[in-house]
Design a protein around this ligand. Structure first.
Ligand code: FEO
Length: 164
């Protein structure tokens, strides 16, 4: 069993992960409309990954026989200033999510909730990877500028990163 406070906090994070999925789907649509299919494909995959994060938390609540409460998801932005702006927002968003995960972990520590601490360790590791990837792509996009042949090469390369 987990406490009601922990349950509420995890339910809030389920919503946050679904918001991430929504945000990346919006970014995917923007990139497709901007003729950058590689970036769009990466974002589409990332959106699916975020749904996976939400479901991982949801499954955990079910395993703990806690109550799942799905909340309304805010609409993400539909307009962006350009590719660098999107990748900048991606990095900042992931940094925000890292803080949220750390906040959950701190709560689990305070509550002596060892099971939740263990479950969250996967998310802590995942966030390191997510921030690293977003930062890497942002730096590459910033280096080559917002248009020109080099951007299309990066687009293709980023698209291939997620092809399984
Ligand atoms: Fe679910 Fe991108 O963190």
């Amino acid at each position: 069993m987990i406490t009601k406070t922990m349950q509420d906090a995890i339910n809030e994070q389920i919503k946050n992960e679904f918001y991430s999925a929504y945000l990346y789907l919006a970014m995917s649509a923007y990139f497709n409309a901007s003729n950058l299919p590689g970036f769009a494909g990466w974002m589409r995959k990332q959106s699916q990954e975020e749904q996976g994060h939400a479901l991982k938390l949801l499954d955990y609540l079910e395993d703990q026989q806690a109550q799942v409460v799905l909340k309304a998801i805010e609409p993400p932005p539909a307009e962006f200033k350009g590719p660098a702006d999107v990748w900048q927002q991606t990095l900042e968003h992931e940094q925000k999510v890292t803080k949220m995960i750390h906040g959950l972990y701190e709560l689990a520590l305070k509550e002596n909730d060892y099971a939740t601490q263990t479950m969250l360790q996967w998310f802590i590791t995942e966030q390191v990877e997510e921030e690293k990837t977003a930062s890497l792509i942002l730096e590459q996009v910033k280096r080559v500028g917002e248009s020109g042949t080099a951007l299309f090469f990066i687009d293709r390369h980023v698209g291939k990163m997620r092809e399984e």
